[in-house]
Ligand binder design. Structure first.
Ligand code: CTP
Ligand code: MG
Length: 249
């Protein structure tokens, strides 16, 4: 393995609209502590010595804006590139992955919407791939009990069953992969989709599972939560304020 191969590249899907966050700019460009979520997320990756390159999949009509934004914020001298994202998260990841040089062997995929992931999580995921896992996800135990229902929006929904909470994990990003594994499952999913196959997945490890690969979990972190709804932004502001008060963040 040469030096380039040992260093991971990261893909950051950032092309979503952020519908659940409510009206406003695309979610990745919404601000947290005066800095766009995307910039926080890219900085969080760039802080890791395991990451040498970050490829951002931006909203297709916002590539120039995102390039300007990233240029105007210091990013620890890491190589950051921007490509146009797609209509689904899965497509955005595939387009980002295609922009990673062939010699890179470890790829992390990290949501722009997880601005506060601690560098320890990034390092742990990359280390687990380096140690031989083909797919690694950070995850945390669930606080709530979960029930499976028959979806029936607007009416009481019948409960089917209650999975044992001790066996459940809420998964986060960055998820880490052998590059060959990730490229292969994305290519297979594309072929399948063209034949009217299964719907896109909401995380990349899900694709590895779909095609029979082995995925392992490492500990995630409560601060790696995804900004999805307005309350998440309130929580993120509080976490950031606490960090800024306690260290030179
Ligand atoms: N994403 C993407 N391309 C898409 C859709 C989503 O790159 N076509 C990215 C988002 O920008 C986000 C990550 O995937 O960083 C996780 O998706 P999610 O939290 O669902 O974000 P949005 O799709 O933007 O939000 P919503 O589903 O509420 O519209
Ligand atoms: Mg979405």
């Amino acid at each position: 393995m040469n030096a380039t191969a040992a260093v991971a590249a990261a893909v950051v899907p950032a092309a979503g609209r952020g519908e659940r966050l409510g009206p406003g700019a695309p979610k990745a460009l919404r601000e947290l502590g005066g800095v766009p979520l995307l910039v926080h997320a890219v900085r969080a990756l760039a802080r890791s010595r395991a990451v040498g390159l970050v490829v951002v999949a931006a909203p297709a009509d916002g590539v120039a804006e995102v390039v300007g934004l990233l240029d105007s914020h210091g990013l620890d001298g890491k190589d950051v590139r921007v490509v146009a994202g797609g209509a689904t998260r899965q497509e955005s990841v595939r387009l980002g992955l295609a922009a990673i040089p062939a010699e890179v062997e470890i790829v992390l995929v990290h949501d722009a919407a997880r601005p506060l992931v601690p560098v320890e999580v990034v390092d742990a995921v990359a280390a687990a791939v380096r140690a031989g896992a083909e797919a690694v996800v950070p995850a945390v135990p669930l606080a709530d009990t979960v029930k499976r229902v028959e979806p029936n929006p607007g009416a009481p929904e019948p409960v089917l069953d209650t999975p044992d909470r001790a066996t459940l994990r809420a998964v986060q990003t960055p998820q880490g992969f052998r590059r060959g594994t990730l490229a292969e499952v994305h290519a297979k999913a594309l072929t399948e989709e063209a034949g009217g196959g299964l719907p896109p997945v909401t995380d990349d490890a899900g694709l590895v599972e779909r095609f029979g690969g082995r995925v392992v979990v490492v500990p995630g972190h409560e601060e790696a939560f995804k900004v999805t709804r307005p309350l998440d932004l309130v929580l993120a502001e509080a976490v950031l304020a606490r960090r800024r008060a306690s260290d030179a963040y």
